[in-house]
Design a protein around this ligand. Sequence first.
Ligand SMILES: Cc1cc2nc3c(=O)[nH]c(=O)nc-3n(C[C@H](O)[C@H](O)[C@H](O)COP(=O)(O)O)c2cc1C
Length: 182
Amino acid sequence: MSKKKIAVLVGSLRKESVNRKLANELVKLAPESLELEIVEIGQLAHYNEDLDENPPAEWVEFREKIGAADGYLFVTPEYNRTFSGVIKNALDVASRPYGQSKWGGKPGAIVSSSVSGLGGEGANLALRQPMVFLNIYMMQQPEAYVANSWELFDEQNNLKSDDTRAFLQNWVNAFAEWVYKF
Ligand SMILES: Cc1cc2nc3c(=O)[nH]c(=O)nc-3n(C[C@H](O)[C@H](O)[C@H](O)COP(=O)(O)O)c2cc1C
């Protein structure tokens, strides 16, 4: 069985981002059938239709990577009760020029995390809204809301909790099953 390529988008740009650490953990835990690769989004200029007359090289490269992926995994923090702006910009960049969206017709899923006990639920649910128009087939269950995120990793970036690892393993296995439905 050939591996399915999953583009992983991380919604926080900070160096010690827990969402990036979670994404790295998911890369490690993913079953053989999936190849998870983090695709960087922090370098993308803010979407501006004028720039599409001669699109920046980083847009072109990003759009190619999104078009080549078999599915998408979004790992997002919650910023002011919704998902982060860098994710919205990435969605917009690969959705244009009009009629040439790279997103549609593929499976996707979301992991949200937050320093609070709510696990970024507001971000997770809000990010499902643009997926309707972008036509990304989102996994509904199991959901992944990772709470109290700043306590999860030690100073060497090792995940401390076996329960969280087991949860993430179960979740990424379910995502692999979801991806292979398409
Ligand atoms: C601009 C901003 C807004 C935030 N808003 C929320 C929020 O609405 N809900 C929440 O639970 N945490 C909120 N936080 C805290 C984030 O959950 C926390 O900073 C988290 O660690 C960010 O993810 P990261 O570790 O991957 O950078 C906010 C943080 C920032 C910087």
